[in-house]
Design a protein around this ligand. Structure first.
Ligand SMILES: *Cc1c(COP(=O)(O)O)cnc(C)c1O
Length: 355
């Protein structure tokens, strides 16, 4: 088989094991795990690995990614507050969506009626992180309005933290969420099935056994993909951090100076570059560029390699200190961070290889 480079290699067994690790920890605490696919653009092979690992459902921000997994038999959750204009696809592709605007919810109600179904929503509450959600002090009228709709089921409430404002999930804000749930139930004489307590940044409370009782759903992306919890940025012991690897090919390898010769103007991106004089070095050019990935998010597995910079199509590296004698045509492997994984998954120039 001919492999095209650059490629993103995905170890499906490791994705499955990472999922199993998180699903088991969560279910011990009565929490359902929705696995979030958006960072890898909803590739079905990877989603299937998470289902083999016991994921309760699949979640994504984009209806296009939910479409890719629509044949897979599990609940689907739309994460991004829906656009009114996509209501048709939301009802068609998602069993549940996260919402905060009554106008949109009414649109979903109408769509659900047309499609002969009932669409479930989770009302998002902003507990202070200032991304999405109804401000926690003013939820009353929207709940009343939602309960009037015949083809919408208020499945529960939820929150998102540590995304815009960097606010950590804690007993105070999650406690507030549970309080709000109780108030809604009492006031309207209903039961809410779900309290969705956040993303990978809420996992530390599961892992150290401090999650308040009543939170019964989490939406987990990054930790399953990169083996890292995101409240403190710690690797989770027992998980794989290397399920995803970017591979690029050396197209030029030459001894050259480390500082350019001539008057320094601007680089291809309008910045005035500066250089450290390391004398003459072995410079490798990899056929990967900013069109594929922000080089700041790449970390070569060969620790003796330094990334010098990148243009649209070239990644420049100093391989002088490596113990390996690299040659043209050799493959260099990189660990990716969340942003880099988002980039390379999205780039149509990066082949995807599942093993
Ligand atoms: C992206 C997203 C998640 C998953 O976040 P991770 O940090 O990758 O776990 C959960 N909920 C919402 C609303 C999201 O947009």
């Amino acid at each position: 088989m001919i492999v095209r480079y650059p490629c993103l290699e995905v170890d499906l067994k490791k994705v499955e094991e990472n999922t199993r690790f998180i699903v088991d920890k969560c279910s011990e605490k009565g929490i359902k795990s929705f696995v979030v696919m958006k960072v890898y653009c909803g590739f079905k092979e990877i989603a299937e690995a998470s289902l083999r690992g016991g994921a309760y459902g699949l979640a994504d921000s984009r209806v296009q990614n939910l479409e890719k997994v629509k044949e897979l038999d599990c609940p689907k959750l739309l994460l991004r507050i829906p656009m009114k204009s996509e209501a048709h696809d939301v009802v068609r592709l998602a069993d549940i969506s996260l919402n905060s605007e009554i106008e949109t919810i009414m649109q979903l109600d109408e769509e659900a009626r047309n499609q002969g179904t009932v669409h479930k929503i989770i009302l998002m509450i902003d507990l202070g992180d200032l991304r999405e959600g109804v401000w926690f002090q003013s939820i009353d009228t929207i709940v009343e309005d939602i309960l009037k709709l015949k083809n919408i089921k208020l499945h529960g409430i939820g929150t998102n933290l540590t995304c815009y404002g960097g606010v950590m999930p804690d007993d105070e804000n999650l406690g507030k969420l549970l309080e709000i749930k109780n108030e809604i139930e009492k006031k309207h004489n209903i039961t809410l099935e779900t309290v969705s307590g956040g993303n990978s940044s809420s996992l530390y409370k599961v892992l150290n056994d401090t999650m308040p009782e009543g939170v019964n759903m989490l939406r987990i992306g990054e930790t399953i993909v990169l083996g890292r919890e995101t409240a403190y940025g710690e690797l989770v012991e027992g998980m794989h951090e290397d399920a995803f690897t970017l591979k690029g090919e050396i197209v030029e390898l030459k001894k050259k100076p480390s500082v350019p010769i001539g008057t320094i103007g601007m680089d291809a991106f309008g910045n005035k570059p500066t250089f450290e004089d390391r004398g003459e070095i072995r410079r490798a050019i990899i056929a990967v560029g900013r069109q594929d990935v922000n080089p700041d998010g790449l970390d070569p597995l060969d620790e003796k390699i330094d990334i010098l910079g990148a243009s649209s199509d070239h990644l420049l590296m100093d391989v002088t200190n490596s113990s390996k004698e690299y040659r043209v045509g050799d493959i260099i492997e990189f660990k990716v961070d969340y942003g880099a994984l988002l980039n390379v998954s999205t780039s149509e120039y990066v082949a995807k290889v599942f093993k």
